[in-house]
Design a binder for this molecule. Structure first.
Ligand code: SIN
Ligand code: MN
Length: 304
């Protein structure tokens, strides 16, 4: 399914400063796609990024010494490494162009029905042989701790490498976003959803393995339960996950992720323009997860 197939591209809402063209929301999805998202808690968009675009993104990330240095590694409890690098502000490099481009941001705005801002992005560095497993969780299970009253957030996972069952593709529990927020607790170094609820949910809901080609994207709701297995294969499974919060869901307290910060959208062509320009490709400020991430730590020893 190509995202552009039945694209009407009509401006549906106007938000933000009067006359600000970048704040128009163009219709990216058909009403059937929005219905699918609302029913399932996720939506696949195959080929959202072209081979050249995703190649430039992957090449930039793989040569990004700062990203490598900034990455945090957690033990998955079975001896494998869960590794990621995270940044709060999208910036003007190729990561920023991907997370600010219309086909992504307008899609998220269409799903949430209002203006959104960039909550953070992260590169999941699931390396061959050593890449660790992610426990079942809802993103809102973490983010609830950050002063967000509503689960009005959407994440967009963009496959940088092909994701397969063998290299630990994402798994989602179809329709689980309708369960509301499940309690999360810290187990080892990872926060995960209460397994009694997960086990019962798994008896009733379909577990979907999100096999993706490089450039495919998965839009998913912040209460969609998801996990992934370790990567025992010879193939890395890197993925960029861009997370957005609704403007009306501005957090009531400060945390290590930003409150409402206007997102300046860019035209889709900018991914290639910036990606092809050696001087402009990289550049974001990476966060120090170990010191700054209070949302998982605050779950230690708590039931909530
Ligand atoms: C995440 O939930 O943030 C990452 C999961 C994965 O990449 O498998
Ligand atoms: Mn997650």
């Amino acid at each position: 399914m190509g995202v552009n197939k039945k694209l009407s591209r009509s401006a549906t809402t106007k938000q933000g400063p009067a006359g600000s063209k970048t704040r128009e929301t163009m219709a990216i999805f058909t009403s059937d796609q929005i219905e699918d998202f609302n029913r399932d808690g996720y939506l696949f968009v195959r080929g959202l990024f072209s081979e050249e675009e995703i190649g430039l993104l992957g090449e930039t990330a793989r040569n990004d010494h700062a990203m490598d240095q900034a990455s945090s590694t957690m033990d998955d409890g079975k001896g494998n490494d869960v590794r990621l690098s995270l940044w709060n502000h999208p910036g003007d490099g190729v990561y920023g162009m991907v997370s600010r481009c219309r086909r992504v941001v307008d899609g998220v705005e269409q799903i949430l029905g209002e203006e959104v801002y960039h909550y953070h992005s992260k590169m999941i560095l699931k390396d061959a042989k050593v890449g660790g497993a992610w426990a079942w969780h809802q993103d809102y299970g973490y983010w609830y701790q950050n002063g967000l009253l509503f689960p009005d957030l959407v994440s967009v996972m963009i496959a940088v490498d092909p994701a397969t069952k063998e290299n630990g593709c994402l798994q989602v529990l179809r329709g689980s976003h309708r369960m509301g927020r499940v309690n999360h607790t810290l187990s080892g170094e990872q926060a995960g959803a209460d397994m009694e609820h997960v086990d019962e949910a798994r008896k009733r809901l379909e577990t979907v393995h999100c096999e993706m080609a490089a450039g495919d994207a998965l839009f998913f709701h912040s209460n969609t339960l998801h996990c992934s297995a370790a990567n025992n294969s010879d193939h890395a499974r890197w993925a960029l996950i861009c997370c957005y919060n609704a403007r009306s869901n501005d957090p009531y307290k400060e945390s290590h992720h930003p409150g409402y910060t206007p997102l300046e959208k860019v035209e889709d062509e900018m991914v290639l323009t910036v990606g092809r320009d050696d001087a402009r490709r990289s550049s974001v400020a990476f966060a120090n997860l170990v010191e700054e991430d209070e949302s998982a730590k605050s779950l230690a020893g708590s039931d909530s």
